[in-house]
Design a protein around this ligand. Sequence first.
Ligand SMILES: Nc1ncnc2c1ncn2[C@@H]1O[C@H](COP(=O)(O)OP(=O)(O)O)[C@@H](O)[C@H]1O
Ligand SMILES: O=C(O)C1=C[C@@H](OP(=O)(O)O)[C@@H](O)[C@H](O)C1
Length: 332
Amino acid sequence: MAVTSNPCIKVFTRAPGAPVSCSASSSVRFNVDGYPFSSPVGELFDGDGGSFTLRISRRVVVPGRTLRLEKIEKSTVSTPRRWEGRLGGQSRKALLDETRSTAKDEKHYSDVALQEDEELLKQNGAQLVQQLEGTCIYLVGMMGSGKSTVGRGLSDALGYIFFDSDKLVEQAGGTTIGEMFRTGREEEFRNAETDVIEQLCSMSHLVVATGGGAVIRPQNWDSMRRGITCLLDVPVEVLARRVVAVGCHSRPLLSGHASLPSEDAAYNQALERLTHIHHERYNMYRRSDVVVSLEAIARKRDLDIETVTPTMIAIQVLEEISAKLQKDRRVS
Ligand SMILES: Nc1ncnc2c1ncn2[C@@H]1O[C@H](COP(=O)(O)OP(=O)(O)O)[C@@H](O)[C@H]1O
Ligand SMILES: O=C(O)C1=C[C@@H](OP(=O)(O)O)[C@@H](O)[C@H](O)C1
């Protein structure tokens, strides 16, 4: 993933040879490997019908390849709806699967109840997207708090694009996070994470699952403050159970060098490390614009905390963000 200032990229219309007609108020929206960009046509030059070159004035991620233009829109603030067809179905299914597997005891949740939540999430998403006007959402929180799982569902409900910053760091470095930590390159990982977050923050219509440690760097906050930050607050005992269930190999801060004799031992080790990290970072996590607490959702719905589904959490995230936006509007 290369970062370039003032890059020029060649853009082709969907149908080669089709005329490109843009008015001064148009904006061009397209995506590169799933990264959405938009650029006012003021920066567009060399149009020749089927293709034209676009100068991008902001710092953006440019893989240096030919792009296919998806749409030219008449307004600089465009709706993200056009992404729905491509991304929506799949991530909605993923969230539903995750939610169903979370509802381990099927007696807790009938299909009707699950569908009602799904419906509510969709409705809340459709309402909030109007208020958000493309503002990005950054999910922060401890390892295992559900940033990736909940983030996918949120992006689907909003018609936003979802990114997991850990995955982008791995793609950029051509290695795994586990490998970077194992070979003593945590600093390199943190720098790459900062780069990725900085690049993402120049875009719009994104839900970003940040890495659990993104909050430790003020520079990351400077980037994330361009959007809305949301903390997923999950008790450490729940986190430990989750990460042990999937194995700690992809979370190097939790896995030791020696393999542990039992699941109990793995749980105790994870709990101890998570408690320590949580204590160290607590004040940084609390800087988030909104806080979504798993305990509060469980109380509100009169549920056992372990049975709160990702869909329920995504609904709460939308509610908290909506309340924050309304409050901000009242104040200004
Ligand atoms: N609400 C939930 N209930 C039960 N398990 C969950 C929930 N949310 C996430 N998980 C599980 O916890 C693990 C960690 O979730 P993940 O989304 O990867 O967290 P993060 O991105 O914050 O590290 C995954 O195995 C996921 O399936
Ligand atoms: O808390 C941390 O410092 C880390 C959290 C991980 O991300 P998840 O929160 O997605 O597990 C990953 O970025 C890396 O292992 C470091």
